[in-house]
Design a protein around this ligand. Structure first.
Ligand SMILES: Cc1cc2nc3c(=O)[nH]c(=O)nc-3n(C[C@H](O)[C@H](O)[C@H](O)COP(=O)(O)O)c2cc1C
Length: 214
């Protein structure tokens, strides 16, 4: 098959029903149930999520990052604060997150507002990363143009010499963000394209659910 035959690709979905009665009362509990099922199913990169941001001129931009924590306060990931996403969220705090677990025929869409985590929280995670990843965070000016790959390697070696293992400080431009959800939608693939969708929306600090057409 070549790419001109893309229209012939059809996957039939056959997931278990997702109903208002079977879902948890809040989306974080429901998310944890689905994340645990994705982990149990050995889904590929289960913590990978697309983060979409918008600039102050409403130009959207998406990229994959890894989820590093989730609880009732939100969804946490780590990055470079001076990257494109960092610049965009400093202009507009509205973001969207998207998980796709093809092995389970499931998608989760999250919309909410983003804030930086505390420096202590960033440091705690940073210090748990492998030494080379810590050095990489110093060496990479994420999303800025490079002359060539050698320029990056030279920076990496420079910082390896500057900071010995076990003594790498937290780079000031590196840290975490937490996305506090205001809506979370769970999508389950079903037969004949009659998929199930349940959307939670925050309404006066309590979660209401509704069923959406597929
Ligand atoms: C599977 C996967 C995981 C990634 N995880 C992260 C991550 O946790 N943090 C991060 O900053 N970039 C991560 N990236 C790289 C981003 O997708 C992106 O290239 C980078 O953050 C720069 O994005 P920006 O220019 O939009 O800010 C990951 C990419 C992939 C494909």
């Amino acid at each position: 098959m070549n790419s001109s035959d893309l229209s012939k690709i059809r996957t039939e979905y056959s997931g278990k029903p997702l109903t208002k009665d079977s879902v948890a009362g809040d989306p974080l509990t429901q998310f944890n149930i689905w994340m645990n099922e994705a982990l149990a199913a050995n889904a590929n990169e289960p913590t990978a999520m697309v983060v979409s941001t918008v600039s102050e001129r409403y130009t959207p931009s998406s990229r994959v990052v890894l989820l590093k924590g989730v609880d009732e306060t939100g969804f946490v990931f780590f990055t470079n604060y001076e990257s494109l996403k960092g610049k965009q969220v400093s202009q507009n705090r509205n973001v969207a997150l998207l998980f796709f677990w093809p092995e389970l025929e499931r998608q989760v869409r999250i919309e909410g507002q983003i804030d930086k985590v505390t420096e202590a929280e960033s440091y705690e995670y940073f210090s748990s990363r492998p030494y080379e990843s810590q050095i990489g965070a110093w060496a990479s000016k994420q999303s800025t143009p490079l002359r060539d790959r050698d320029e990056l390697i030279e920076k990496f070696v420079e910082f390896l010499q500057m900071y010995p293992e076990g003594a790498v400080p937290l780079p000031p431009q590196w840290g975490g963000y937490r996305v506090k959800p205001i809506s979370v939608e769970f999508w389950q693939g079903r037969e004949s394209r009659l998929h199930d969708r349940i959307k939670y929306t925050l309404d006066d600090s309590s979660w209401k659910t509704e069923i959406l057409s597929p």
